[in-house]
Design a protein around this ligand. Structure first.
Ligand code: GLU
Length: 270
């Protein structure tokens, strides 16, 4: 018991020291000359590998690039999973999360979020004509990603379903294609993005069943005020200048692979 308490005190001290060491990301990044952004690498159009250039590109990466440019530093992107993104940030391996991450009160106990820079909601990807209403999915096997809000929301909305959590959404989609799950559930735009790249997309659909709102925030370390303020000012300025709309149109505009009207603007949190 004594040992366990001792260990916990040591760990707490470590966390505090680590927290302090990374407390001022703004100055640290400026000094280093590089900002490291944690992004998805298999979630089009937010973060995925471009087949031609082999570079990770996407909506989230464009926001990271805009922040890095405004700071006057180079951008480095590191792939993260839904489950690993907060630990990676808190351990100091990345400076900011831009990885389809929903801001919510529970997560905000551990990290700080920017104002919302994207808005979507959770839906289901299913075989065509297999699901008409939410109740058609209860009692079924549903795939999603570990450490996501999708996992938690699905458990609440479908108490009799078996939720299978994969490392990422493409793995869950593979399970759907192999008939191992009846549906993949996560944010509509992630499902639609994945579907848009699938060769057999005609066999699947996303019925109009939404179980949550998912506003995305850029994640930063808790109490990292100068950096959080800088990032917030950057994205509000991007909205004013039209740059945010331009990035939206690049990935979701009428000439993109995934045309969707923009239903939000970037505004300061109340
Ligand atoms: N936006 C949701 C979340 O932050 C689902 C997508 C994801 O796993 O990144 O958990």
């Amino acid at each position: 018991m004594k040992k366990a308490v001792g260990l916990m005190v040591c760990m707490l001290a470590l966390v505090l020291v680590a927290g302090n060491a990374f407390a001022d990301t703004y100055d640290a990044v400026k000094k280093r000359g590089t900002m490291v952004c944690g992004v998805k690498d298999s979630t089009p159009p937010f973060g995925y590998v471009d087949q031609k250039t082999r570079q990770i590109v996407g909506y989230d990466i464009d926001f990271c690039a805009a922040v890095a440019k405004n700071l006057g530093v180079k951008l480095e992107v590191k792939p993260v999973t839904s489950a690993a993104r907060m630990p990676q940030l808190m351990e100091g391996n990345i400076d900011m999360i831009a990885a389809t991450m929903t801001k919510n009160a529970e997560r905000a106990k551990q990290i700080d979020f920017s104002h919302s820079y994207f808005l979507t909601g959770q839906k289901f990807l299913v075989k065509k004509d297999s699901v008409k209403a939410l109740k058609d999915l209860d009692g079924k096997k549903i795939g999603t990603a570990k450490g996501s809000t999708s996992e938690q929301n699905a458990k609440k909305a479908l108490p009799n379903a078996t939720i299978l959590s994969f490392d990422d959404y493409p793995q869950a989609f593979l399970a759907l294609q192999q008939g191992k799950v009846a549906s993949v559930t996560t944010d509509e735009t992630i499902l639609a993005g994945m579907l848009s790249k699938a060769p057999n997309k005609a066999q699947f659909e996303i019925p109009n069943i939404q179980i949550s709102d998912e506003p995305y925030g850029l994640g930063m370390r808790k109490g990292d005020k100068k950096f959080v303020d800088f990032v917030n000012k950057t994205i509000l300025d991007m909205e004013k200048s039209g740059e945010a709309q331009k990035i939206y149109d690049k990935w979701f505009g009428p000439n993109s692979d995934l045309p969707m009207p923009r239903t939000f603007k970037i505004v300061a949190d109340k």
